[in-house]
Design a protein around this ligand. Structure first.
Ligand SMILES: Cc1cc2nc3c(=O)[nH]c(=O)nc-3n(C[C@H](O)[C@H](O)[C@H](O)COP(=O)(O)OP(=O)(O)OC[C@H]3O[C@@H](n4cnc5c(N)ncnc54)[C@H](O)[C@@H]3O)c2cc1C
Length: 493
């Protein structure tokens, strides 16, 4: 964490959230504002300042990865890495006609001066920047899907796949898959590194923003936060000319909300938005125990929506190492196990997902394709029963299935913005961000903005990309307002 906020800066912006949208917004704002400083008055070195607040210990948000310690057969301690939130992001084939990596990265100036185009063009531009920076690559996974039919023989009332191995099809989609390299959070790490280079930035990781309220006496936004581990009563606050909220939970009327309940400005359009709920199982099997695949989709399975093989993504450590899988549950399963923002009973949910995974793998790859392997001890992250963490003791372990090296369940109560067809996505914005402004008595203007996946155009399929685009658009809009205010101020003097 860098030192004090520069309170002499004439324009101070607080960005809450270091996910892809908050970081893209901060990065673009800093680069645009510094070009304004250079254009108009190089001496205005401290005329603006961005403070980035993030509850997590590092950047990433819902592109975070999770590292898990595992003890190998020889007793050596290894570490496995899982993309435990967004496994990838998608673009329609054709939208991502990306220039080859060998071509030079566009300079910040050319990015800033690019004429605003359609969402499609702007997204292509963003992808080009990310790809040229080496943060993302296209992934061509072996994608298998099959219908999971009801009432197969020998399985009682459970839904089972009937002769799935025969029916499964290799999917030919019109979707391009993109992944962060070497992990999904490379985009956020890369953006954070660019943000850190700026002199006019302050980062507050591990800080929970509690409230953002207009303070009439100074005509500023008062941002109050508490550091991790600090007690009640140890809150800190600072005043800002603009505040950016990059998570819809910050706007909503719940325990995470930071705006006053009485707030009725444009950001309140995001108050009623709904999210999907997903639980994920992070698991790994010994090298060579599963046939190679990228994504499995057992359509109609009651528990498993998809299985993603992280090890098959580009630039993941794989030679001779374990096969890392991230299993995404169906929404119905996650909702059945959700209580508050976590599992009602984590162990039961994890065991159900483990059983579901075994069913799915056996159907896609009948037993002869799956190699049994010895038990390998696991270094536990939690106090859970070590047998349970390895999947031992689960009722249908039949000895033909490899035992997992690790098995951890995680609940995402707000995973993705609910789809438009459910009628819960915000249609009103259209701009890709939300912006509110208030005129103070002495003529100054203060801004309150929101960006993130929940602001992205409803037709946008890739939420990671949509979130970043939203951050970029908000930065451009804020910059425009600052430039006008700045020009007016220079004209007056
Ligand atoms: C399981 C799962 C599967 C997904 N699958 C896909 C997919 O297939 N394709 C796709 O494109 N997208 C997918 N997504 C969605 C994608 O990850 C998000 O849309 C995108 O990352 C959102 O970025 P964001 O910046 O809008 O929000 P976030 O990444 O959530 O960033 C918001 C940040 O704000 C911080 N924050 C919140 N409140 C506070 C506070 N009070 N104080 C300080 N900090 C705070 C949070 O810690 C967080 O880091 C998936 C997500 C999940 C969880």
């Amino acid at each position: 964490m860098k030192s004090k906020i520069d309170s002499s800066a004439s324009c101070r912006v607080a960005v809450v959230g270091a996910g892809v949208s908050g970081l893209q917004c901060s990065r673009d704002l800093l680069s645009r504002l510094s070009s304004l400083r250079d254009e108009t008055a190089p001496s205005l070195k401290t005329s603006f300042h961005v403070s980035l607040f993030e509850w997590g210990r590092g950047p990433g948000g819902r592109t975070a990865r999770r590292r898990v310690k595992v003890e190998g057969e020889e007793g050596a301690v290894g570490e496995l890495s899982f993309d435990h939130a967004a496994p990838f992001f998608q673009t329609e084939t054709g939208t991502g006609s990306i220039r080859p990596l060998s071509m030079p990265c566009p300079s910040p100036q050319s990015i800033e001066s690019a004429q605003p185009g359609t969402d499609e063009e702007q997204a292509r531009q963003l992808l080009r920047e990310w790809e040229s920076s080496g943060w993302v690559e296209k992934w061509k996974p072996v994608e298998l899907e099959a219908e999971w039919e009801e009432g197969g023989e020998g399985h009682g009332n459970r839904n089972v796949g009937k002769d799935l191995a025969g029916q499964q099809s290799s999917v030919s989609t019109e979707t391009d898959y993109w992944v962060g390299v070497p992990s999904m959070n490379s985009i956020c790490k890369g953006l954070a590194a660019e943000v850190q280079k700026a002199a006019e930035v302050e980062e507050y990781f591990g800080c929970h923003v509690l409230s953002v309220e207009g303070e009439e006496s100074v005509q500023k936004w008062k941002v109050t936060w508490r550091e991790r581990g600090a007690k009640e009563g140890e809150e800190k606050f600072e005043f800002f000319d603009a505040a950016v909220l990059s998570d819809k939970l910050l706007i909503q009327d719940n325990k995470y909300g930071v705006l006053p309940k009485s707030y009725e400005g444009p950001l309140s359009a995001a108050r009623e938005l709904k999210s999907t709920t997903v639980s994920v199982l992070l698991t790994a099997f010994p090298c060579g125990s599963l046939p190679a695949f990228g994504i499995l989709r057992p359509r109609g399975h009651p528990v498993i929506e998809k299985v993603v093989c992280d090890t098959e993504k580009p630039h993941r450590a794989k030679k001779g190492g374990p096969v890392c899988l991230v299993v995404h549950s169906t929404e119905a399963f996650a909702k059945r196990h959700l209580e508050g923002d976590w599992f009602r009973d984590e162990e039961t949910a994890r065991e159900e997902m483990e059983r579901g995974l075994r069913e799915v793998l056996k159907k896609f790859f009948p037993p002869e394709g799956v190699v049994s392997s010895p038990v390998v001890p696991v270094e536990r992250e939690s106090d859970a029963d070590p047998k349970a963490e390895r999947g031992e003791g689960s009722s249908d372990t039949d000895g033909t299935f490899p035992l997992p090296l690790v098995s951890i369940a995680h609940m995402w109560d707000c995973a993705q913005v609910a789809r438009p067809e459910t009628g819960t996505t915000m249609q009103s914005s259209g701009k890709g961000y939300l912006l509110d402004s208030a005129q103070g008595n002495t003529g100054g203007t203060i801004f309150l903005g929101a960006c993130g996946d929940f602001c992205a155009s409803s037709s946008w399929r890739g939420e990671v990309l949509g979130a970043a685009l939203s951050g970029r658009k908000l930065a451009a809009a804020l910059f425009d307002r600052f430039r006008k205010a700045h020009t007016a101020c220079l004209t007056q003097t």
